[in-house]
Ligand binder design. Structure first.
Ligand SMILES: C[C@@](CO)(OP(=O)(O)O)[C@H](O)COP(=O)(O)OP(=O)(O)OC[C@H]1O[C@@H](n2ccc(N)nc2=O)[C@H](O)[C@@H]1O
Ligand SMILES: Nc1ncnc2c1ncn2[C@@H]1O[C@H](COP(=O)(O)OP(=O)(O)O)[C@@H](O)[C@H]1O
Length: 283
């Protein structure tokens, strides 16, 4: 079998937003059952991949505060290599753009892009479903990025149904604090029994992020960022925070809000992305 060219460069690992996030129950192992609408954005990290014949997996350059062996790109590559029995390796370079631990899914998206890209470069031939199952072993958000389009997500992130949403512009604000996911999920005050909604009712339902009140109470900067952004448009936290977002009518509105963001925070504009750019690389 012939392999494709040995490099894939400037592959996007897009960010995601959780347009809403409901906690609808808890599994026996303590993990929380969620409902959420995940939306892809056209903004993210960029990854370069080069196939190696010697089987080594190396991360080139450094991602701040993440050791090479812990990096989700390295873990994703090792997982695919181990499960497929592939003897090839890869050099992986990550140009980190997304704030880490921000609820934008950056690490998960890096892992998903790695699984898709190396499955292609190595000719390992896993289909989308198999890659999603592999991704779930790395993190709850990974299957969504491999699925590659906006989705209504249930379970802990493994049950996905396509959502058709109109294109939109968003402003994302990072309030510069780290909100540990585990702390929010283990909080006594977290609402864990939100009534499940049906995908068909999503557009008409009143939704929220159940993790937001807990994060806002414990991390006042998150609340302050929501209050500030809400002066322009309805604002909400994504995932377990700390980033918050608002949908706006047009790019010019997004630009104006980004330019007026208080200096102690960071703000970006981004547009929705109908498909993951590597969507067609998966069979
Ligand atoms: C909340 C979400 C929504 O997109 O995203 P992020 O904010 O991370 O982007 C995810 O479900 C994040 O899932 P996951 O990627 O597994 O989170 P991790 O950081 O590994 O979880 C840390 C800890 O939070 C708890 N946890 C996480 C997910 C979940 N459905 N129930 C839980 O109880 C578990 O104790 C877990 O050990
Ligand atoms: N390539 C990576 N990029 C970002 N975070 C990573 C990566 N590899 C491992 N991590 C770890 O995953 C954690 C969660 O990161 P991230 O996915 O960016 O946030 P979130 O899950 O809140 O959206 C980070 O705090 C970091 O310790």
């Amino acid at each position: 079998m012939s392999l494709p060219p040995d490099t894939l460069n400037a592959c996007l690992a897009p960010a995601k937003l959780n347009l809403f996030l409901h906690v609808v129950g808890r599994r026996a192992d303590g993990y929380h059952l969620l409902q959420s609408a995940f939306r892809l954005l056209d903004w993210g990290d960029r990854l370069n991949f080069r196939r190696r014949a010697d089987g080594l997996i190396r991360r080139l350059g450094s991602v701040p505060s993440v050791a090479e062996a812990d990096d989700l790109v390295v873990r994703a590559a090792r997982l695919l290599q181990g499960r497929s029995g592939c003897t090839l390796g890869a050099d992986i370079e990550v140009d980190k753009q997304l704030p880490m631990g921000g609820g934008l899914g950056g690490g998960s998206s890096d892992a998903a892009t790695t699984l898709i890209a190396l499955n292609h470069l190595w000719g390992t031939g896993l289909d989308r479903e198999a890659l999603q199952a592999l991704g779930l072993e790395l993190g709850a958000d990974v299957p969504f990025f491999i699925y590659g389009r906006d989705a209504f997500v249930e379970g802990v992130g493994e049950r996905l149904q396509a959502l058709e949403l109109p294109g939109a512009w968003y402003v994302i604000v990072s309030p510069g604090v780290v909100v540990p996911t585990a702390e929010i999920f283990s909080a006594g005050e977290l609402t864990r029994n939100t009534e499940p909604i049906k995908i068909a009712d999503f557009a008409a339902s009143t939704t929220r992020n159940d993790l937001q009140p807990v994060a806002c109470n414990r991390y006042p900067e998150v609340a302050a960022a929501i209050d500030w952004l809400a002066r322009f448009a309805p604002a909400r936290m994504t995932g377990s925070g700390a980033c918050v977002f608002a949908q706006v009518a047009a790019e010019a509105d997004a630009q104006r809000i980004v330019e007026s963001c208080p200096a102690r925070w960071k703000a970006w504009k981004a547009r929705s992305l109908p498909r993951h750019p590597l969507f067609d690389l998966v069979g």
